[in-house]
Design a protein around this ligand. Structure first.
Ligand SMILES: CCCCCCC/C=C/C(=O)SCCNC(=O)CCNC(=O)[C@H](O)C(C)(C)COP(=O)(O)OP(=O)(O)OC[C@H]1O[C@@H](n2cnc3c(N)ncnc32)[C@H](O)[C@@H]1OP(=O)(O)O
Ligand SMILES: NC(=O)C1=CN([C@@H]2O[C@H](COP(=O)(O)OP(=O)(O)OC[C@H]3O[C@@H](n4cnc5c(N)ncnc54)[C@H](OP(=O)(O)O)[C@@H]3O)[C@@H](O)[C@H]2O)C=CC1
Length: 289
């Protein structure tokens, strides 16, 4: 019996198979737990096999079913082989959570071609390759739902120019795929997290720690988001509740892009009303673990 307290009804994804890239940590791990708690069989994709295996064991320890498929999403043959392996193992693919991603912080002038391409391939090309493989190998004939995780980098993001460009590309890919693949009953949406207290926050260098700790002051809701709050948005978009939603990008950001400096954000980092995932990452940079 899963300890995950999903807002969605038990059994919602019974019999379904969902791929979660970047499923070995953070938002991907949390989403994998939520989907498994709702009955989905989860295919965990990521580079580090040990991280994937840990999450697989967690899910199976809670009564769910999962399997690991290590790969680098930037490598087309590996992506095609992993999707084929998911089909060989589970026999179908109903959903894809294109979550793997990340970047290194650097000003534009300090990013060389190799670095630019490493990040663009991670956050744009890789997502395209996984979506395309799922579409060609299964969804074109059987339908499905794809959720691409992007980032709240609207109007540019200093220090994240490579990632912001890739995420903008992924939003546009989402819009085009939603149209091209609609005739095959494939819905394609994106979720744009704002600042989320995930394991990812501990991957930034020490000189950024004070900046990260101060981010909540620029969020109208006065706090960072939870991994489970992103997972819930993803789960909604995968679910039948979103059957007429395709081509959209759902922001999960506490209204951060609406912040204006003449008006204070909510004070005191209010406790979330709903904390679905007791096992969520506790990023040390935020002093929570
Ligand atoms: C304002 C505060 C925070 C705001 C948060 C904004 C919202 C977003 C949040 C998140 O996304 S949380 C997720 C966090 N997780 C990560 O970011 C993952 C960590 N990053 C990585 O794993 C890697 O950077 C990568 C992006 C996946 C790329 O990995 P890869 O193994 O392919 O690359 P590398 O071999 O490490 O480097 C390749 C190449 O890139 C250049 N480069 C790398 N680091 C830097 C740097 N610090 N400055 C400039 N250039 C860099 C360089 O050309 C590297 O090649 P070599 O020189 O090593 O040959
Ligand atoms: N936390 C936040 O505030 C925000 C996060 N996001 C995005 O949400 C997503 C999840 O981030 P989060 O959980 O916070 O951070 P994590 O760093 O914990 O998760 C990123 C995951 O992506 C995987 N990954 C990265 N590159 C590759 C690759 N080339 N091939 C396969 N897997 C890869 C990593 O696995 P491995 O280590 O095995 O490679 C890791 O599990 C990312 O796309 C992130 O950029 C967007 C906005 C804000």
């Amino acid at each position: 019996m899963s300890s995950y307290r999903s807002a969605f009804r038990p059994g919602l994804f019974d019999g379904q198979v969902v791929i979660v890239t970047g499923g070995g940590s953070g938002i991907g791990r949390c989403t994998a737990h939520e989907l498994a708690s709702l009955g989905a069989k989860v295919a965990l994709l990521g580079r580090n096999p040990d991280k994937l295996e840990t999450v697989r064991a967690e899910i199976e320890g809670e009564g769910g079913e999962a399997a690991c498929f290590p790969l680098d999403i930037r490598e087309e043959p590996a992506v095609e082989a992993a999707v084929a392996a998911v089909l060989a193992r589970f026999g179908r693919i109903d959903g894809l959570v294109n979550n793997a991603g990340g970047q290194f912080p650097a000003p534009l002038a300090a990013i060389n071609q190799k670095g630019w391409e490493a990040v663009v391939r991670t956050n744009l090309t890789g997502g395209f390759l996984v979506a395309r493989a799922c579409f060609i190998q299964w969804m074109a004939d059987h339908g499905g739902s794809i959720v691409n995780i992007v980032a709240d980098m609207w109007n540019g993001m200093p220090g994240m120019g490579h990632s912001g460009a890739a995420r903008a590309g992924m939003v546009n890919f989402t819009e085009t795929a939603a149209f091209e693949w609609a005739g095959c009953a494939v819905r394609v949406n994106a979720v744009a997290p704002g600042w989320i207290a995930s394991s990812g926050m501990d991957r930034y260098p020490p000189h950024m720690r004070d900046i990260i700790r101060g981010l909540a002051e620029h969020v109208p809701l006065g706090r960072l988001g939870l991994e489970a709050e992103v997972a819930a948005a993803i789960t909604f978009l995968l679910s039948p509740a979103a059957a007429f939603i395709s081509g959209t990008t759902l922001r999960v950001d506490g209204a951060a892009p609406n912040f204006k400096p003449h008006w204070p954000a909510a004070k005191g980092k209010p406790a979330p009303e709903w904390d679905a995932f007791p096992l969520a990452s506790k990023p040390s940079v935020l002093g929570e673990g």
